[in-house]
Design a protein around this ligand. Structure first.
Ligand code: DAH
Length: 332
């Protein structure tokens, strides 16, 4: 018995535990059910009582030594593992993202309008016929609906991917009382062939202002303010146009200038760049949203974000804006 105790004591003391694997090996060798310490206890049980008195203490001490050694070894193994990490080693740079050009432009535009009291509103991209067309004065079965090639939802043609953010105008007017001043940015969809200049989805920013006594002069001044703030240009012109939801309607051009070759190309040699459609909200549209056209009037405008991005950053192909190619995106 004495020899056995001595042998085990030496074995425990000389066992080196530096890794979690070695700690486990120690446990299996000495402490597990089939290990050396339980085996020694089995032998101890068989001893006559006077021997039990002699060996009780050293056997228990040995068990405690094994347990202490195991516990300390586990801790050492864990801490030596973390010490093996070299915190001073250089790491590869983590790539830092950048804003998408469309987000940059959207935020700049909403900020410019926020400064004159416009809030921001959103609507769904899958829109019903009422909000996308009917409430905006597109007559049923009228070719005006073909102005905007529509993706209809196959199972229910009453729903479509919205063709413009003008649908948000209707939702805002249905839910709020004038004065209303709101900007609605968002994605829109049209069944159009994809090319360098057109895509089947793109982004628009809609504006709406409804109050008592809003006039065309307010519209013109608001757009002039926007052109100055956003483009840094102080000359605009309005050309008569047609939209079912505004009367009168206009297209707005900003005077871009003809200072260099790029200006000539952008403006096709005219110096003028088309930036948006706009007009006075048609009384029928106010009526459809339960706003009394005898009391209130207002204006609306809508612009395409991609077109602005292509011009501002001289991007040659609209598809680059939705391909998510990092080599392109990291330039902004
Ligand atoms: N919804 C029109 C389009 O997609 C743009 C537009 C024109 C919006 C005139 C307006 C507006 O609010 O008054 O082409």
């Amino acid at each position: 018995m004495n020899n056995e105790i001595e042998r085990l004591e030496k074995a425990i003391q000389s066992f080196s535990i530096e890794t979690p694997e070695q700690a486990e090996e120690f446990r299996l060798t000495f402490l597990s059910r089939k290990g050396e310490i339980p085996a020694l206890f089995e032998e101890f049980k068989k001893l006559p009582s006077e021997d039990k008195r002699t060996f009780g203490k050293p056997v228990n001490a040995l068990k405690q030594l094994a347990e202490k050694t195991y516990k300390a070894g586990l801790e050492d193994a864990a801490s030596s593992k973390s010490e093996s990490v070299d915190y001073t080693r250089a790491v590869n740079d983590l790539p830092i993202g950048s804003r998408h050009p469309l987000s940059i432009i959207r935020d700049e535009i909403t900020d410019i309008f926020a400064r004159i009291g416009f809030d921001v509103s959103y609507g769904p991209e899958i829109e019903d016929d009422w909000h996308n067309f009917s409430a905006l004065n597109f007559p049923e079965e009228h070719p005006a609906r073909d102005m905007q090639d529509t993706f209809f939802v196959q199972k229910d043609p009453d729903f479509a991917l919205r063709t413009h953010t003008s649908s948000v105008q209707v939702r805002v007017m249905e839910n709020e009382q004038p004065p209303i001043r709101t900007i609605s940015p968002g994605r829109v969809y049209r069944n159009e062939a994809i090319s360098a200049r057109s895509h089947c989805f793109f982004h628009q920013i809609e504006g709406l202002y409804i109050d008592k006594g809003v006039s065309f002069a307010d519209l013109k001044q608001t757009i002039l303010y926007f052109a100055e703030q956003f483009f840094g240009k102080s000359k605009i012109r309005m050309r008569p146009s047609y939209f079912p939801f505004t009367e009168p309607s206009a297209e707005v051009d900003v005077y871009w200038g003809l200072n260099n070759e790029v200006d000539y190309r952008l403006t096709k040699g005219t110096g003028w760049l088309e930036i948006m459609g706009c007009g006075m909200v048609d009384p029928a549209v106010l009526q459809a949203s339960n706003i009394d056209p005898e009391v209130y009037s207002g204006f609306a405008f809508g612009m395409g974000v991609e077109r602005i991005a292509l011009n501002r950053y001289q991007i040659p192909d609209i598809r680059m804006l939705s391909e998510n190619d990092m080599r392109f995106l990291k330039q902004f």
